[in-house]
Structure formats: structure tokens, C-alpha cells
Design a protein around this ligand. Sequence first.
Ligand code: AMO
Length: 450
Amino acid sequence: MVKDTLQTVGKTVLLKGWVNSIRSHGKISFIDLRDRSGLIQVFVAGPINLKPETVIAVVGKVSLRPEKLINPKLLTGKIELQSESIEVLSPCRELPLPIDTDGCNIDETVRLKYRYLDLRRPRLQRNLKVRSDYIQACREYLFQQDFLEIETPILTKSTPEGSRDFIVPSRNYPGNFFALPQSPQQYKQLLMTAGFERYFQIARCFRDEDPRADRAFEHTQLDLEMSFVEREEVMALMEKTITYALEKIGAKIKIKPFPVFTYKEAMEKFKADKFDLRTEKDKKNNLLALAWVIEFPFFEKKPDGNWTFTHNPFSRPIPEHESMLLKKQKIGQIITTQYDLICNGLEVGGGSLRSYQPEMLRAVFEILGHPPAKIKSQFGHMLEAFTYGTPPHGGCAHGFERLLMSYLGEDYIREVQAFPQTGSGRTSVMDAPSPVDPEQLQELQLKISR
Ligand code: AMO
């Protein structure tokens, strides 16, 4: 790799990578050769005819540059490779978009059509590296805390998280559909019934809601659940995980431990449940201001007069309000055990203690106005599981993208995802959604009615 050449001065090496740039001075030329570890100057005794972004293999001797030609801005600025042979491994055509800028001003559809080129720009290489490092650090911390990483299904049944589901038709059961998970909420609770006590997952979640700067069809959560815990223990665990991982990638946190506000305090103080605690100076210093918000109302009235949940129907109310929930009294006053985590004004996580008694969960769905048959068909499996010894449990999920956007100073979620959807909900590079073969529709027994 390029960065290893620092240790091989005087030796002949073989390097492979991309032509980052070329400078021709008639009889001699220079190539900046790039691989994932950095750039090195290649000296060529003669003219060259290569296009930028061509993939080459160079054999040459690593030499110290004369003092006055040292480039202090480059990690390998003290050395260069004196090329002996250059082989073209894969040529590159004229690029359809510049990749030596930050790319912010280029039309999104062009960037995402050629995302594999767009991703070559240093900003996005850095963003995805930081994302990978952050996720590794989260894993590291949770393994140290005795958590098990367990995957849950992608083809599943709808779990209400307040969005529309993406649904997948079934060939074996025509007319029936899977739903992609809006989150692993139900499965992680079932893992507590199953006795794992401490679970986490880097979970992909799918929500069919209109994309926004910080909202996408797909996002990734650090999703965890714990048994025999109180609210503060789950909050502390998530806080420690995030603090460990953020500090590992070099981020600076403004206030530790994270301040906690009740929903009422937040609304009085900031007129919102998402707020930015940074000063202008904090913003300049790229500090992350994280805070918890707790004690949200469990339910709110919809315009049609029916109740809806504010956060998560699987949550338990605070202990003092459990009997109100069970008796369905003073519904608007019931406070949930929900905790939301915010960072620099964005909601980056949330969780709660859960109902683990069937009657508590049933009462929630009854308040939401679900008839008994619907409760049974939609959530009967949870109500049944809770009759076989389910421990009290709670958990939390933290969306990677929004936190990393804050840290990396990015305004759009697509800047921290490898192959994001466009703002109008189409895939990067590949053209989807797109029609399928009539035979596929026939096999699924589906007819397009348009
Ligand atoms: P929630 O719905 O609050 O909770 O999601 C958790 C976190 O995931 C992120 N997030 C998103 N990021 C980008 N695009 C989206 N469309 C999107 N939706 C959510 C946010 C959010 O805070 N099952 C519960 C968690 C739990 O109670 O354990 C849940 O999914 O940062």
C-alpha cells in the first residue's frame, strides 16, 4: 500500500492504484498514484498518455526527494516512486462528474447514478471510514458489556413504528405479504422472552415515509434490549456506548453525563422536544451536544378524536401510571417510560421500558381503538409470548446516520450512506423501483390495475 512505502526507501516495490492526477513537463512526468491509504508521487522519465482514474500497476524504486521538493502536505511528501514500468490494469473513460471537489454542488441524480465514482471523493471516503470505525467501536463496547449480537428477520410482519410499511408479496401464499421491519422491536422483545437478557444488533430498518434531509427509506440502528433493568440503566448503557464510540473516532462531547430534561421542561425552555444546546463557539469547535428527554405523554388525540401513541406502543407507562393505563383512565395524562436522545437538535435515538404483561400491552391497543380481532391477528403472538415467563425488560435504538451527520458536519443523510435513495425515492446506480417481468407477477398472482 502507498502508506507502507515510507518504510521501504531504497527498495523496489510494486504499487497498484488509481491515477489521481498527472503533471506532464515534456520529457518528464509525474503521476499522483492513489490507493485507499493515500497518495504518492510517481516520477516517470518520459511523456505519459494516461487518463485520470485509470487503474495502474507501477514497479519502481522508492527514493527520498531532494530537500526543496518535499511536500509537507502529503504523508508521503518526503519520498517518490521512480517508475521503472507502468501497466494499465483498467482504463478509465471521461468522467461523467468531477470527483476532486466536495461534490456538494453537483446534481443529486447525477451523483447517485454514478455513486461508485461519487464515493471516490475524499469527503465520502472519510465519511464511510468514520461510520465503519464508529460501528466497530459500538460493537467493541457492547461485547465488553457481555451483550450478544443477534440478527432478526428482514422478511417479517408489520410492526407499527408510526410509518407505512414496505411490503413484499409471497409466491407460496399468493395474496399475502411480508413487511420489511420498521425496526426489530418485537423480535428483540421476544429475544428477552427467550432468555438472552442482553441483545444488540446493527439493524437495517425500512420505513416508507417521504424522504427528508435527515430521513430516508432505509436507515441503520444500533438496536439493543436488556432484561431486569430500570429506565436509568438502559439510558446509561446507551450513553456509555455512544460516548465510548464517539470518543474513539475523535469526537468531542459538550456535556458528560448527558443532561436529562423532562418533556415539560424541554417544551417550556426550548418550545420543542428536539433542541440544540450548542453555543456558536461550540459549533465552531465541532462539539456534540447530546441530551435525553424523558416523561413524554404516552398518547395524544388525533384530529378524528381517537388516541394514537406518541412514540412506541410497546412501551410501559411510568410505574405510578400503570393502573391508569390498565383502567384506561385519564389517558391524556399517562406518562410513558420513553426516553429520546437528541444531538445538536436532531433526534438520534430513543427507547423505553416495555410492557411485559399481556394485559398491559392489550390495554394499549384497546386505547388505540383496535378491535379484539385485530389485536389478536396483529399482536396475538406477543400477548401469547408474554404468558410464558417474560422478564421485565427495556431497550433503546440509536440511528447511526443522524449522529454521524452531526459529527461530520453533513446536512444530508445521503452523505453518510454508501448507496442512498434519491430525494424522490429512487435507488442509487440501479434503476428501481422498476417494472418486473409479467411471469414474475403471474407467479405471485398479482395484477397491475393501471
Ligand atoms: P425510533 O422510531 O425512534 O425507535 O427510531 C430510532 C432512531 O432511528 C433513527 N431513525 C431514522 N433515521 C433516518 N431515517 C429514518 N426514516 C429514521 N427513522 C428513525 C432516529 C431515531 O431516533 N423500536 C424503537 C426503538 C426502541 O424503542 O428500542 C424505534 O425504532 O435517530
